[in-house]
Design a protein around this ligand. Sequence first.
Ligand SMILES: [Zn+2]
Length: 435
Amino acid sequence: MSHPILDRWLVRRMGWPEINDVPTRRQLFQWQMARLRETLFHARTHSPFYARLYGKTPIPDTLTTEEYARLPMITPDDLRRSPEQFLCVSQDEIARVVTLESSGTTGSPKRVFHTQEDLEATKDYFDWGMRPLVEPGQTALVLMPGGRPGGVGRLLMEALERTGARAVPHGVLEDARTGVNHLLEEGAACIVGSPPHVNMLTREWERRDLPKDMIRSVLFCWDEIPDAVCFNAKNAFGCTVFRHWGMIETGLGGAVECEHGRGMHLRETDVFVEIVDPETGNLLPDGRFGEVIVSTPMRRGMPLLRYRTGDRGRILTGECACGSPLRRLDPLITRMHGGVPLETGTLTLSTLGKALYALPGLWDFTAWFSKNTLHIQVCGDSACPADKVRTALTNIPTVQAALAGKTLKLAVKVRNTTTPAVPGLGKRRLLTTEP
Ligand SMILES: [Zn+2]
């Protein structure tokens, strides 16, 4: 039996010599704990932040996952307060700094430092992770900018070149018509993009009645991935869809699906994931939803140890049909904060996405909540009149109850347009002010 492509990447990244020797889950945990133990020593020796945090913590010779889970967690606010204090190498060794605008409590942005080694590792992961999607000689259209060295678009371009495939950056999608024109001009077999932007392309593809044998695969990334958007892409393009999860804090690539599409295999060598109860901080077993906590076993420049992502997710139980020892994240990853508290429960963008993207003729939408009114602005065609949007919203239990109790009003507007509902590539949020 041949090994899944990601297992071949795993064995190489672990520094194991033989491809026939794929680690068991237990061996992989032991390897991760040994690397994290080294990282703990490295971090508390070289970073002022970790010196304060872990300076006096006894670290056993052999670290178990349970012992590791007893270490304190760090938060995005720690990163905002003093990102330089996380650095374990000199600034000269930093190849790329990413500044993430703040949505947190301190008001200052997060800064994430990447070394050349980190960028190489991400490129290597992209190379192997994309092999099931794009064959040598094929082209992937990437709905992101490609000009910035070390940026996602550029790393994908460089990664795909290694196997003789090609990534063409389209830039941020501004119009579905030009996006589809670009797909056709390049003869692209694969699309990489955020769920709302890919959804815009699927609608334009259907509108032009284009064939179902050109696009072979879609990689969804960057933001939450509603099931309906996956379904729409499979339906319009006749392709296989792959879901990806990643964070800039952990070096972009975090987990990706294999061709079986049953959960995203973690990039275990570089991103160790724990799921904890957000209230108590206690470790939760596989299968249970909780807060996703990440650590970076291989990072030397700016390691993260037990970093609270603010994302809600879970590890799937059982084994994938591909047989890989890489654990799988449930693709249903949502943000823990950011919903709007209605009197009848919290309303989130995920709930709205689930209800709305399933509507025929709906291309994209944006939502905001102000003065007891939920405003929904839809980009849609004639198959998606406002009353259908209204009905879909009314079928959401929290919305239905709030409407019945007269504590909520709906304002729905449908625009017939081929431009996305929200400009740019920021992560989508349910706003509490008019955009
Ligand atoms: Zn698999």
